[in-house]
Design a protein around this ligand. Structure first.
Ligand SMILES: Cc1ncc(COP(=O)(O)O)c(C=O)c1O
Length: 394
C-alpha cells in the first residue's frame, strides 16, 4: 500500500476531511476496549481514567450491559413514547429507587444539555418567573437554555439573544446566595461537583443555603448531575452526600453506560404541572436506552460499585499527591489533581506512558473520570507513573 493509501485509512485524516473540525483529538485510535483498558490500532493498551468524558461507568464490555443491549435490540429496537413499554417503566423504576426520596417522576431525554433545557423550561413554567441563577464556573451544555446558564459561554454561545434572564452566584459565597435568591427567581441550577471546572466540589454549607433559600422563596432547585451522578461521587447522586433533596436532578453521560440518553428526575408536584404534549422527544426513553439505564443502575447496586468508588477515591488521595500533583479536589471518581504545572503537560506525559486522563477549564487541574470498576492496581500504576515521569518542579 502506498503512503497516501495508508494515510487515507487513518480515521484521524478521514474525519478531518469529512466532519466539522470542532474537536481537538487525542493522538491514538481505539480499536476495542475491555474493563478499564483501551486497545489501540497500533497495539497499545491504554488505561482509561477518563471514561469518554465520564460516560463509561461500568468500563467497557461489561457483560450485564452488553447482554441487556443485545437482548433488547433483537426483541424490540425502537418504539416512541406514543406507546408504553415495560422496559421504559423498568428504567424509571430503577432510577427512582436510587434517587433522593422526593424525586418520584422521570422524563427521559437524549443528552445532558437536553435534560437541562427541559429542567429549566419546567422551572420557568412551574414558577411563572423569568430569571434563573447559576453558579460561577459551572457548565451545563451547549443548547440555548443550557448555555445561557453556563459560565463564560459567550465565547461559543452563538445565538443573538438569550431565552431568559440569568445571573451567576459566586461559587461557595453564602452571603451572595442569600442576597441574590429572592421572589423573582424561577430556579437555581448548580453542579454539586463542578466537572468541567476541574472537579471543584461545592461546600456543603453553600449547597444547604441554595436549598433553604430556594425553598423560602418558592424557586426550583436544579442539581445538574450529568457528570457527578450515577455513582461517580460514591453515592448514586452527589447531592445525597450532602443530605439535600433538590426539586429536579438532571442526568446523562454515565446514565446508560455508553448508550446516549438523559433524564430529568422531578418531584410529583413539578410533574403534575405537565400534561399531554407539554414536553416531548422522539428518542427519549427508547427501548435500547431504557435497557441500558436499567442494567447500569442494577450493576452499580448489585456489584457494590459505590463502595468501590469511595475506596478508590481514598487510595488516590493517599497515593497520588506525588510528582506534579500538589492537591486533590472533588469527590469519588470525579477528581481534580491540582498540578504544579499546566495539566495538559501532565496529561500528555501520562498518555505517553499509556494512561489516559483529562484536562479541565482550570489550566492546572487534571481530571480523573475513571470507570466505577477501577481497581487498586490501576491506582498503583497511576501513582507510580506520576512519581517517576514527572518529578516535582522547583
Ligand atoms: C455538568 C454537565 N452538564 C451538562 C453537560 C452537557 O451534556 P451533553 O454533552 O450530554 O449535552 C455536561 C457535559 O460535559 C456536563 O458536564
Amino acid at each position: 500500500m502506498s503512503t497516501i493509501d495508508e494515510e487515507m485509512q487513518d480515521p484521524r485524516i478521514r474525519e478531518a476531511a469529512l466532519t466539522v473540525p470542532v474537536y481537538g483529538q487525542l493522538p491514538f485510535v481505539p480499536e476495542r476496549a475491555s474493563g478499564c483498558d483501551i486497545f489501540t490500532r497500533d497495539g497499545r493498551r491504554i488505561l482509561d481514567l477518563y471514561g469518554g468524558h465520564a460516560v463509561a461507568a461500568l468500563g467497557y464490555g461489561h457483560p450485564r450491559l452488553v447482554q441487556a443491549i443485545q437482548e433488547q435490540s433483537s426483541k424490540l429496537l425502537f418504539q416512541s413514547n406514543a406507546v408504553a413499554l415495560d422496559i421504559r417503566a423498568d428504567a424509571a423504576e430503577q432510577l427512582i429507587r436510587v434517587a433522593p426520596r422526593a424525586l418520584e417522576r422521570v422524563f427521559f431525554v437524549n443528552s445532558g444539555a437536553e435534560a437541562n433545557e427541559n429542567a429549566l423550561r419546567m422551572a420557568l413554567k412551574a414558577t411563572g418567573r423569568k430569571k434563573v441563577l447559576a453558579i460561577t464556573r459551572g457548565f451545563h451544555g451547549r443548547t440555548a437554555a443550557a448555555a445561557t446558564v453556563t459560565w463564560n459561554a459567550d465565547k461559543w454561545y452563538g445565538f443573538p439573544n438569550k431565552p431568559f434572564e440569568v445571573d451567576f452566584i459566586p461559587r461557595d459565597d453564602i452571603a451572595a446566595a442569600k442576597a441574590m435568591i429572592d421572589d423573582s427567581i424561577a430556579a437555581v441550577i448548580f453542579e454539586p461537583v463542578q466537572g468541567v471546572a476541574g472537579a471543584y466540589d461545592l461546600a456543603t454549607e453553600f449547597i444547604e443555603t441554595l436549598r433553604s433559600e430556594t425553598s423560602k422563596h418558592g424557586a426550583i432547585l436544579i442539581a445538574d448531575e450529568v457528570q457527578s451522578g450515577m455513582g461517580r461521587c460514591g453515592h448514586f447522586f452527589a447531592v445525597q452526600a450532602h443530605g439535600i433533596d433538590p426539586d429536579i436532578i438532571t442526568s446523562a453521560k454515565a446514565l446508560g453506560g455508553g448508550i446516549p440518553c438523559g433524564a430529568v428526575l422531578c418531584t410529583r408536584e413539578v410533574a403534575a404541572l405537565f400534561g399531554t404534549g407539554a414536553l416531548g422527544t422522539t428518542f427519549g426513553g427508547g427501548p435500547i436506552a431504557a435497557a441500558a439505564i436499567a442494567a447500569t443502575v442494577q450493576a452499580i447496586s448489585d456489584e457494590h460499585l459505590l463502595s468501590n468508588v469511595r475506596e478508590r477515591e481514598a487510595q488516590i488521595r493517599e497515593q497520588c499527591v506525588t510528582g506534579p500533583v500538589t492537591r486533590i479536589q472533588g469527590m469519588g471518581l470525579l477528581l481534580g489533581l491540582v498540578c504544579d504545572r499546566p495539566a495538559v503537560e501532565v496529561r500528555d506525559a501520562l498518555l505517553e506512558h499509556d494512561i489516559l486522563t483529562g484536562t479541565s477549564s482550570d489550566p492546572n487541574v487534571l481530571r480523573i473520570l475513571a470507570p466505577l470498576v477501577l481497581q487498586a492496581k490501576h491506582v498503583d500504576l497511576l501513582s507510580q507513573t506520576l512519581a517517576v515521569i514527572m518529578p516535582t518542579m522547583n
